[in-house]
Each structure stands twice: as C-alpha cells, then as structure tokens.
Design a protein around this ligand. Sequence first.
Ligand SMILES: [Zn+2]
Length: 244
Amino acid sequence: MHIMDRARAFVESLRRMSQRSENDRRCCPLCHTPGAIKHGFRVRRPYTFRGRIEVRVQRYLCEACGGTYSEDHPDLPVGSWYARSVQRYAIDQWMYTGSSFRRVAEWVRSMVGKQERWQVWHPTSTPSPEEERCRLSHSTVQRWVDKGAQRVEGQVEGLYAGVPSSGLLGADGLWVRLRGGTVRVLLMLRDSATGLLWPPVVALGEEAASAWAALFAQAQRAGLAGGAARSGERRGPRATQLPA
Ligand SMILES: [Zn+2]
C-alpha cells in the first residue's frame, strides 16, 4: 500500500476510535455481540506531554461470550507506558533532526518528565519527584522506530511514488552492532530539506560502490524520480563509526 494511503487509513482508524458511540463501545470485539455491560475500571499511568497522568480505562464484560475487554483510546496504545503522541514525537525527532537515539530519549524525558534539560530551560523550576521521573531509554526509542520499519518491510515497491523530493539528498551510513556481536552498516538516503528518509539498506560495509548503488536503486524502486539521487547534494557517502 502507498505510504499516503497507509497514513490516511491510520488517521481514519484513530478518528473512528475517538468518535465511537456508547453502543459501538458496548459491541464486543471478540464475538461482535452488542450490549456488553460496564465492568469496572483499569487504572493506567501513561507518560504524556502533560507529564505522567492517571487514566481510568472503562472495562466491559460481554455476557454472550464471557469475555472482558478495555475501552481503547486513540492516544494510548494498548500495553504501552507512553502515549502515542510521545512515541510519534520521538520517532519524528529521530527522523527529522537526525539526532541519535540517546539524544532523542534524553530530549523526550526532559519534555515529558520536566527533568534533565528542562532544568536548563527553566532554571528556577523544581525537579520532578523521583517516582514521577521519566525513564525512557534509547533502546525503547529504537524499538519504536524498528516497529514502524518492520510494518513496511518487503513492501518498498512504489511505496513513496509521487512523494515530492527537494532534490537535495544526503547519503549516510550508521554502523550497528546486532545481537550476537554481528556488525553491519545501515545505509540511508535522507531528503536534506524535508527530513524524509528513503527506505534504508543493510550492508556488510560502506566502501563498496555496489552497496551505495543498492541504496539508490532501492530509493528509485520506492518512487524517487530517476536521477534525483545522483543530482542532489550528497554529504559523503560516509559512515558513522560505532563507539568503541
Ligand atoms: Zn463477546
């Protein structure tokens, strides 16, 4: 599915979720029988841009199948400690500003928990109590990015067709150490003006011209207009070394 159609379907699903009537909410998602009854609350304490808040989530009991379920919320993904908006903010910051996962995590913790850099911005503010501090780690941000990438894995063909390109493209590589000690380099092509990241490729090294050619070929398969990858600004190609 084209990336714009995916985006529309995603936004539409959130809109449907937020506009559901009481009858819709009482329709069991397990057996689709209407008329489930209210069955207490579940308390969630997600991290949001308003800090860590307490949310009472309505539970329902379906008398037809005996199943119970919780009401879902467009900004609170099931099973996550972080609001969807916080997750999207982190992913966008990683993509758009090109920050490292560690810096993104630090920035989000500062915004959400009013801690760390927040005290640089607001020197007279009182630090949050220990139990309210946000503990987002860089590996969690990486997991959110990975999850998005896995959803489109193997569906590169025409994914970005028709998406405008500024013509200013930067190619870069990032060395990563995988579980088990295997080392690979992630080659990326990024629109320098919009921050759009074209589908990356994983290679054994960054010296071979064939590895970069595979990156440009993949971008063209995804819909980058022919020649744009060669005519744009290219910082590099170069690779960022793994820290020792
Ligand atoms: Zn049911």
